[in-house]
Design a protein around this ligand. Structure first.
Ligand code: SF4
Ligand code: ZN
Length: 328
């Protein structure tokens, strides 16, 4: 029964997540908030999902009513892990009134919490009280800050994504999080705008290697074309193609450590895709691999016999970059 005081979050779903060698039941929630304060990334449409121009008190009411909805819909005793996304950063006080953090902490006390945030908002003063409220001793590290680092390359993050922070900003956030007793999950983006397929694969492999020493967890996001984004503008004009699923497999097979990957939109024109014939089996295989970490599965998927593999190899060899001027 849903009461009048409830509001549905943007999305929520149950699933499984690998944590170390365990598979945990996980509840994922995307709260509608005041919206990302930065809101300039070229591929992002989440920034459009917001309560615009609301007072802090009204924003808090919206968020609390979404939390009530979640508590009515799901039996939280069934989940050990909770992933919270917002339309930007959970720890941004403009986007999410700080009073809401204590509501979150008491609702999910004892859970393993993964909270998405930009590095700018990761600071010990905010994390310490939050962690002490959520921690009931069940987890060595009860909170992980999930940061969309996207790539370890500052030029690619600046020119191709317009992310607005540097790798040094990321490592500063890592120090702050660790100082408060939080862990780090890094999201990396496979094939930002303006990169060739080969550049994208090599950027991802370099990024995994560079990021490994600072993170507990790496998740690779193959780029999808979201609506009302700059990326979509270029895609509609034939100037961008999402990554091949072969590229995803190639990275997973060469990565120095197992990374998780959920190929959202896999097999569709706007998402990572191959020819249409082999996509479903590969997307399913990548999801299975994310849960098992079994490299043999990736090698078996790479051996699937499909004509589009030759096309992908040709693209890797022959695609040429379109350079941007370095100066104005
Ligand atoms: S990717 Fe994250 S930081 Fe960038 S605009 Fe979207 S929500 Fe904001
Ligand atoms: Zn194919």
């Amino acid at each position: 029964m849903i009461s009048d005081l409830t509001e549905k979050p943007l999305a929520s779903w149950r699933g499984k997540e690998r944590f170390g060698s365990n598979l945990l039941d996980c509840l994922t929630i995307i709260f509608k908030t005041g919206g990302c304060s930065y809101a300039k990334c070229r591929m992002c449409s989440y920034r459009h999902e917001r309560y615009a121009g609301e007072s802090c008190a009204s924003l808090l009411r919206h968020l609390e009513s979404q939390l009530v909805w979640v508590k009515e819909q799901y039996d939280l005793r069934g989940y050990r892990m909770v992933k919270i996304f917002t339309s930007g950063s959970l720890f941004d006080p403009v986007e999410v009134p700080p009073a809401f953090l204590s509501k979150i902490a008491s609702a999910f006390r004892g859970k393993l919490l993964i909270a998405e945030t930009r590095p700018d908002f990761v600071c010990e003063e905010v994390l310490l009280p939050f962690i002490s409220m959520i921690d009931d001793g069940s987890w060595e590290t009860p909170v992980y800050c999930a940061i969309g680092l996207e790539t370890s390359s500052d030029p690619i993050r600046e020119k191709c994504i317009n992310k607005g922070f540097t790798f040094r900003d990321f490592t500063t956030a890592v120090r702050q999080a660790r100082g408060a007793g939080a862990g780090i999950k890094a999201y990396l983006l496979l094939k930002p705008l303006f990169l060739t397929e080969a550049e994208a694969v090599s950027d991802m492999l370099a990024s995994i290697t560079d990021t490994l020493p600072c993170t507990d967890w790496i998740s690779m996001n193959p780029c999808t074309v979201q609506r009302n984004t700059e990326l979509e503008y270029y895609w509609k004009r034939g100037a961008y193609r999402p990554p091949y699923l072969w590229s995803v497999l190639s990275v997973l097979s060469q990565s120095p450590v197992p990374v998780t990957c959920d190929p959202l939109g896999g097999g569709q024109r706007r998402g990572p895709h191959n020819c249409g014939g082999c996509d479903d089996a590969i997307v399913k295989g990548i999801r299975d691999y994310s849960l098992s970490g079994d490299r043999e599965l990736v090698r078996a998927l790479l051996d699937i016999d499909c004509d589009c593999r030759q096309e992908w190899e040709f693209v890797l060899d022959s695609e040429k970059p379109w350079c941007m001027p370095l100066t104005r």
